[in-house]
Design a protein around this ligand. Sequence first.
Ligand code: SAH
Length: 214
Amino acid sequence: MRLRNIKGSKEIIEGSPYVISSSNQGLSNQWKSIFPQSAPIYLEIGMGKGKFLVDSAIRNPDINYIGIERYSSVLCRAVQRVEELEPIHNLKFINMDAGELLNTFALGEVDKIYLHFSDPWPKDRHAKRRLNAKEYLTIYDKILKADGELEMKTDNLLLFEFGLEQAKSANWKIIHCNRNLHTQEYLAVNPIMTEYEKKFGSAGNAILQYVIKR
Ligand code: SAH
């Protein structure tokens, strides 16, 4: 997701209590003092405009949610959205690239990772940039708790199959694998959706989901 630059977006981000700066010493082991409550950490990598995180944080106040997004123009929209609401104690954002995750989380600090509608990088020579590639699994392996899980949702079949194959070859276990998530039963329970999930699901695309663990 790339958006036109919003004038002053840097200032809006820097001035927000929801945004944690990744620039100084690194944030690993700092999270206990950043959130007012000690609670499991759920992390969305590539959060876009933050719809899923905001809705999840409101619905599940006993989980601490963190979203990372590399484009400030996109993160700025999330900040603007959340600042119109009542304060949310269990939600933080960081403007950073997933490649920096090892500076941001200590070993085993994260309980769950979400990859939602990640950029597909369709060319073979860009495969390493896909957020479900084995290079990233090595990073997630370090920051996830021993029984922590990673959930991917996408409508891109190639990215989905690639992720499953990478997970298997890195010896992760496939806990769930669903090639048609949006059944009537699923939609009836009023699930929290990401922005892209809502958009592509309503357009009739099959929504694909897998959950993996080590
Ligand atoms: N998760 C949201 C947005 C999906 S679009 C949803 O489901 O609606 C994918 C987002 O991931 C984009 O906003 C893009 O900027 C971000 N992104 C892609 N690669 C990233 C990386 N390496 N680090 C951080 N964010 C990334």
